[in-house]
Ligand binder design. Structure first.
Ligand code: SF4
Length: 269
């Protein structure tokens, strides 16, 4: 016991200081693809290189040819960057969550750098206070797995460990939707779970938020839309925040949750 205490004293504080400080990602982190500033248009990869159908070409005959990447579909696999002969690179930004699906569709424009510009994060010091002001208590969320591969679920679970410690921001997860202020959904919503997803959402008292976590929940991802998959949470519920990634890092989820906090304030007006 004494040894354990001494070890933890030696280790010091392990909790990250995001969002007070920018998120630090590992060297090998793969974020959203973006065109390099001096890239040639003809060097950009075609839609056929993308396994999830995230790259879409512009109208035929358009000069210069235009292509878009739907970050809500992107798996951040890096295949397009490998095939682009240096025209594309994978970014290192985690703050990609957005309120609308259209905000996640970026145009590859080498002249403009094709950069993804994220909305500014909410003021971190006021987060817990804002939640309490709107809800009278901290923000409680119900996690809903609608048929995911469990990758996003693991990242959500990581939010509760001492490194990410989401509770320091006044956010926690609960077992019952009746005790929740919103649902955090992972997975593309399999047809078998469609009714369960809808009923869970109905059980959450208003005002309530819906947060789609990961490419599958945002757009159907690699599962797409089929007889077995609804093609994303937005097909079943009114989604307030979309968090892209496959899976998104815990900091990316934290950013999305903070965006959702602002959304609750909007709802309650
Ligand atoms: S990173 Fe992978 S999934 Fe994303 S656009 Fe490129 S090829 Fe498609």
């Amino acid at each position: 016991m004494l040894r354990a205490i001494l070890r933890s004293l030696r280790t010091g504080v392990v909790t990250i200081d995001y969002p007070q400080r920018p998120a630090r990602v590992p060297e090998r982190f793969r974020g959203a693809p973006a065109a390099r500033e001096n890239a040639r248009f003809d060097a950009l990869p075609g839609p056929s290189c993308c396994p999830s159908g995230a790259i879409v070409g512009g109208p035929p005959g358009e000069e210069p040819p235009r292509q878009t990447i739907d970050l809500g579909r992107c798996l951040f696999c890096g295949r397009c960057a490998e095939e682009a002969a240096g025209a594309l690179e994978l970014g290192r930004q985690v703050e990609l969550a957005a309120h609308t699906r259209t905000r996640l569709v970026v145009t590859l424009e080498p002249a403009a750098g094709g950069r993804v510009t994220a909305p500014p994060p909410p003021p971190d010091t006021e987060v817990a206070e804002r939640i309490r002001r709107v809800l009278g208590r901290s923000l409680h969320l119900r996690h809903l797995d609608s048929g995911s591969c469990n990758a996003c679920d693991w990242e959500l679970t990581a939010l509760l460990n001492p490194v990410y410690d989401v509770r320091r921001l006044g956010i926690d997860f609960v077992a019952s939707p009746r005790h929740a202020d919103g649902v955090v959904v992972t997975g593309p919503v399999t047809r078998n779970l469609e009714t369960a997803v809808h009923r869970t959402w109905e059980a959450v008292p208003a005002p309530r938020v819906v947060i789609a976590v990961g490419a599958c929940a945002v757009s159907g991802g690699i599962a797409g839309t089929s007889y077995a998959s609804a093609g994303g949470v937005g097909e079943v519920l009114p989604v307030d925040v979309f968090i892209p990634g496959c899976p998104p890092r815990p900091e990316a989820i934290l950013f999305g949750l903070l965006l959702a906090v602002g959304r609750i304030a909007e709802h309650s007006r």
